[in-house]
Ligand binder design. Structure first.
Ligand code: NOJ
Ligand code: MG
Length: 528
């Protein structure tokens, strides 16, 4: 039985808003977003109606992977502000009833972390090297690939190799060395003591590697495989770097750390595992509270695919008593409006998919700019910064990381006090997409999101956790309509190309386009 609304942990039904710190708001005019910028824009988040923020890494870092390369886990990079700025943001967000979780990057450090520098200085066989994964080998120690392309090994001057599952500047830590878990428990406490409400755990499935580091075995011909991607790692027989059983010992101990603080502190896993059962292991009652559910990111615009997403997502979390999470986009993937075809159609579909996600039981993650209907930007090659793009030569993740437009009719669209372009140039045609422009337009995507989040509050904690999928494949709605009921709420998403008739006597609570008796293609409706 699900607990009553009053004693339900806040994160179970929370709408999280992901702030990509570099690209949200710039307070000091250097063209890079920062912590005081976020604080200054809290009113946007309260009027949007979100419950919590997830801040991407703002720690001291050379920024080779934009903060996912941490040189000091207990300090703020001067580009982004100071510890006092974070304290101030926490106080002000909490005063407004907004919770804040921060990113934790435990799989790897930056090569500028003092531990890695001293590992290099101390030489082969030293306790310092044992904090990372160094190997002696005449050639590459095994066949592992970096997620960002190329081999996962880099050779240092004395001939040893170190493992980096991501960029060369992101050496993997050796979690079998007891110093590492001890250090991270301290880091957790450091931020919990400052008042954060939880953590988003980066590469949660990667921390422990199989003993002996055996070769990776691919189901397809290795020759034909290009760089593995954490969005779609493809079928593999044996993945000695991912999802090893020992990672769960780490999350059980973190569970206890979180539980020793008041206020339902939480952790959400970024874990790309092979199947629902393996993902569910991260959210067992004594591990993390949530895991991102990436099903929707890889699903096409199709009622059958969405139905499968929903069914499989519940199947994954229900057996362990966890609540689901839903996400349509983040700073690593193509923006939903573009993924669904771009232009008016893509935007209409993204708005409709958002309605499905927000109506489901569980917690939703909105990536900054989705509320403005932003599309993926085609960033010119000379402005590429994503290490994956630079390593593979393929367009990477820069297009979903372009700084937000707040106001005005040209770059930087109120992003900061500077004139001229921010760290990734903004398109020339963003004036109508700015927050200010959309606030003045009742039919805008921003006003639509505000309305959805307002209506969602009326049922999110009371409509129950049961979802009944309706009539898919029958005459009533047809194969092309995703339809489900949750308590008194009925949700329909028309993924086909014909309008469908709405049920009689239904009251429209919200809709992605104006509806009367029919739901047009690429639209969604909440009915009661
Ligand atoms: C996942 C993060 O979301 C991504 O941005 C980063 O590049 C990798 N983890 C490596 O930390
Ligand atoms: Mg700045």
């Amino acid at each position: 039985m699900s607990p009553g609304a009053a004693d339900r942990a806040w994160w179970r039904d929370a709408v999280f808003y992901q702030v990509y710190v570099r690209s949200f708001a710039d307070s000091d005019g250097d063209g890079v977003g920062d912590i005081p910028g976020i604080t200054s824009r809290l009113p946007h988040l309260t009027s949007l109606g979100v419950d919590a923020l997830w801040l991407t890494p703002f720690y001291t870092s050379p920024q080779h992977d934009h903060g996912y390369d941490v040189a000091n886990y207990r300090d703020v990079d001067p580009r982004f502000g100071t510890l006092a700025d974070v304290d101030d943001l926490l106080v002000k967000a909490h005063d407004l009833g907004i919770r804040v979780i921060v990113d934790l990057v435990p799989n790897h450090t930056s090569d500028e972390h003092e531990w890695f520098r001293s590992a290099l200085a101390a030489g082969p066989g030293s306790p310092e090297r044992d904090r990372y994964v160094f190997r002696d080998s005449p050639d590459l120690p095994n066949n592992w690939h970096s997620v960002f392309g190329g081999p996962a090994w880099e050779q240092v001057e004395d001939g040893q190799w170190y493992l980096h599952l991501f960029d060369r500047t992101q050496p993997d830590l050796n979690w079998r060395n007891p110093e590492i878990p001890a250090m991270f428990e301290d880091v957790l406490r450091f931020w919990l003591d400052r008042g954060v409400d939880g953590f988003r755990v980066d590469v949660a499935h990667g921390l422990v590697k199989e003993e002996g580091l055996p070769d990776q075995r691919f189901t397809e011909d290795e020759e034909t495989r290009v760089a593995t991607s954490f969005i779609d790692p493809g079928p593999m027989d044996h993945e000695p770097m991912w999802d090893q059983p020992e990672v769960h010992d780490i999350y059980r101990s973190w569970h206890n750390v979180l539980a020793s603080y008041r206020g339902d502190r939480m952790a959400v896993a970024e874990a790309w595992t092979n199947d629902a059962e393996s993902l569910a292991r991260y959210v067992r009652p004594d591990e993390m509270q949530q895991a991102f559910n990436f099903h929707w990111l890889t699903a096409p615009w199709s009622a059958a695919a969405f139905t499968k997403v929903i069914t499989e997502s519940f199947a994954a979390v229900r057996p362990v008593g966890a609540s689901p999470t839903w996400v349509l986009g983040n700073h690593d993937v193509v923006r939903p409006a573009t993924r669904y075809g771009g232009g008016q159609v893509g935007l209409a579909r993204a708005r409709a998919a958002t309605m499905a996600m927000l109506a489901l039981p569980g917690s939703c993650y909105i990536y900054q700019g989705e509320e403005l209907g932003l599309e993926e930007v085609d960033v010119a090659r000379e402005h590429w910064q994503d290490p994956r793009a630079l390593r593979t030569g393929e367009p990477g993740r820069d297009g979903c990381r372009v700084p937000l437009p707040w106001s005005g009719d040209r770059a930087p669209y109120g992003f900061g006090p500077s004139t001229g372009q921010p760290w990734i140039p903004q398109p020339d045609d963003w004036a109508d997409l700015s927050v200010a422009a959309q606030e003045a337009d009742a039919g805008s995507t921003l006003m639509f999101y505000r309305e959805l989040l307002r209506v969602r509050r009326t049922f999110a904690t009371t409509a129950g956790d049961d979802v009944e999928l309706l009539d898919l494949g029958t005459e009533a709605f047809g194969d092309d309509v995703l339809a489900f009921r949750r308590g008194e709420l009925t949700v329909m998403v028309n993924c086909g190309n014909k309008a469908v008739v709405l049920p009689d006597a239904a009251e429209v609570l919200a809709s992605s386009v104006h509806v009367v008796d029919e739901l047009p293609p690429d639209a969604a409706v909440w009915l009661r």
